[in-house]
Structures are given as structure tokens and as C-alpha cells.
Design a protein around this ligand. Structure first.
Ligand code: 13P
Length: 316
């Protein structure tokens, strides 16, 4: 069942975080639903601009609606990841998305507020909730590119004003993470000091952590052993998720780790079966491995075992 992120955040705040997973295709969709039911977790499906154009945005919608029928117990939000104004408006009007992210974090403070407010007004009129971002992450996320040197952490002093004036429902904060498989270069680290200052000024308000893949070293080693060339890849320690959740982080974004599972499965499969040219055998392995990966991630986020409580809260 599709719900807003707001409902999920009410259940999770201060206790655990909801996993927000990017999907692009059928195999990821099946693995995601299976994994979240294995761990009995509510979850957020994230759709990026790139995912909407990979095949066709209607294809993603049809897959997700069908998965909802195949797995009727699942409770999830459908969220636009890193939207610009035009894409947010399209998603708000589509009647499919329950949540959108407007990313105007590259604009100056006043412009970021003005753009966010415009999206909030349109979204709220249709019962849709809005995530906005203040501060800038390092690294590269599809069309979003911010050099490490320019990456700006969220300023706790302006976060409250931003939320009050923009009317957003949750806030993505830059606290040291970056998108992609190469995080924490130089002297970067997760900044819990900044996070707790933000929470002190915005008690009870849902915060979002982007760029939260763990980039497991074992996964990277297996990819490289099967012909990959990922040198120096590293990520966020998943054992820090619950500490972040206690400090108000209710949504944790994970994309890269899922891509690593896909890469490892397919590299190993075709290395072990050089004679094979059927896409289904590795696809089957991937769906099972992706489901296992999602369930294990939900354990780290603390969302495992929360599905029944969320269903009761929603009167299901
Ligand atoms: P990762 O690249 O760490 O998976 O982050 C994804 C993300 O934040 C999507 O918005």
C-alpha cells in the first residue's frame, strides 16, 4: 500500500530510520519488495530523474503498482529523488507519487526557500509531502555534481528558519556524507556534532541522510576479483545508522550499495559461466541476493520487524 513518508516518519521518529532505496528495473523492484517483507519493514521507493528516463516513467509506475498487488502486505512511500521544479510538478500531478524531493540546494538561501515553498504549496494541495535540502553533499549523483571542495555542511542556525519559511515536511541535511562509492576522501567524516545541533533547533522534525551506502569492502573485493576496477571505494559505517536515527534522522538513502550487489552478481556469474548468454539465470541470483541485502540493511536501520506496528497505526 502506498502511503506518504510523513506517516512512516511519525512511526519511526527517534527510534529507527526508514530505508529509501532507488530502483530502476524489474529485478530491483521484486528484490526490494521481497527483502522488505522478509525483514517485515516499511520502506520508501526512490525514483530519480535518471530512473524515470531509463526505460519510461510509466513502466516504473506499472511495475510498482503490480508489485503492490503481488505483495499486498507491503507498506511503502513512492518518492521522487532529487527533483527539479518541473519534475516535481509532473510527479505531483501524476497522482502516483506520495512524496517528492525538491533539490534547490545549489541555489542561494532565499531562492532555495522560494522554490521549495512553491513545490510545497502545490504538493500539499494534493496531499503529497515534500523533502527539501539545505547544504550540499560532496560527490556525484547523476545530474547533481558538487566538487568535494565546494561541499557545504548544513548550517544548524539557518535550518529552523528554512523549515519554517519553506513549509517542507522533512529536511535533507549535509553532515559529511557524499553520493557514490568513494566517500570520505581527505578529512571528511560523519558529523554527529552538526546533526545534534540541527536536531536541537528542530526537535521532532524528520531529517534525511543522503549518500548513506556502506560500500562493503567484501563486496568491492569480490567485484575487483571478478574483473572490476573499483579502487579506494568506501562508505558510511552502517552501525552508525541507529545513532543518526536517535538524533532525528528518519530516512536513510541507499542506492550505490544496491548497484554493487548487481555488479558483483553479474560479474561473478558471467566469469563462472562464460558459455552463458541467458539473462535470466543471473537475474534470478540477483533478485535473491538483492532481497537478502535489503533485509540485512533494514536490520541495521532498525526498521526490521516494524511493519505490523505501522500497519496497525494505519488501521490496516
Ligand atoms: P548512495 O550513493 O550513498 O547510495 O546515496 C544515494 C542517495 O543519497 C540518493 O539520493
Amino acid at each position: 500500500m502506498i502511503v506518504t513518508t510523513k506517516k512512516l516518519f511519525e512511526a519511526a521518529y527517534g527510534k529507527y530510520a526508514i530505508g529509501a532505496y532507488n530502483i530502476n528495473n524489474l529485478e530491483q523492484t521484486m528484490g526490494l519488495f521481497q527483502g522488505c517483507l522478509m525483514s517485515r519493514s516499511p520502506f520508501i521507493i526512490q525514483i530519480s530523474k535518471g530512473a524515470r528516463t531509463y526505460t519510461h516513467k510509466k513502466m516504473l509506475e506499472a511495475m510498482i503498482r503490480t508489485a503492490d498487488e503481488i505483495f499486498p502486505e507491503a507498506v511503502f512511500a513512492v518518492h521522487l529523488d532529487h527533483g527539479d521544479e518541473q519534475t516535481c510538478m509532473e510527479c505531483i500531478e501524476s497522482g502516483f507519487y506520495s512524496s517528492v524531493m525538491i533539490d534547490a540546494s545549489h541555489e542561494d538561501f532565499e531562492t532555495n526557500i522560494a522554490i521549495t515553498k512553491k513545490i510545497v504549496d502545490a504538493a500539499h494541495a494534493r496531499g503529497i509531502v515534500v523533502e527539501s535540502e539545505l547544504g550540499q553533499l560532496g560527490g556525484v549523483e547523476e545530474h547533481v555534481s558538487v566538487s568535494e571542495a565546494d561541499a557545504k555542511l548544513t548550517d544548524p542556525d539557518t535550518a529552523k528558519e528554512f523549515v519554517e519559511r519553506s513549509g517542507c515536511d522533512s529536511l535533507a541535511v549535509a553532515i559529511g556524507t557524499s553520493h557514490g562509492a568513494f566517500k570520505f576522501s581527505g578529512n571528511q567524516a560523519l558529523r554527529f556534532d552538526v546533526l545534534s545541533e540541527i536536531q536541537r533547533r528542530l526537535p521532532g522534525f524528520p531529517l534525511v541522510m543522503h549518500g548513506s551506502s556502506s560500500v562493503p569492502q567484501e563486496e568491492v573485493a569480490r567485484i575487483n576479483a571478478a574483473g572490476g576496477a573499483l579502487k579506494g571505494a568506501k562508505g558510511v559505517d552502517a552501525d552508525q545508522f541507529l545513532r543518526a536515527a536517535e538524533l532525528g534522522v528518519t530516512k536513510i538513502n541507499i542506492d550505490t550499495d544496491g548497484r554493487l550487489v548487481w555488479t558483483r552478481v553479474h560479474r561473478e556469474y558471467f566469469q563462472e559461466h562464460p558459455e552463458n548468454f541467458d539473462l535470466r539465470p543471473p537475474g534470478k541470483v540477483f533478485m535473491a541476493e538483492y532481497a537478502k541485502f535489503i533485509a540485512a540493511k533494514n536490520d541495521k536501520l532498525g526498521s526490521s520487524g516494524q511493519l505490523d506496528a505501522v500497519r496497525r497505526m494505519l488501521g490496516l
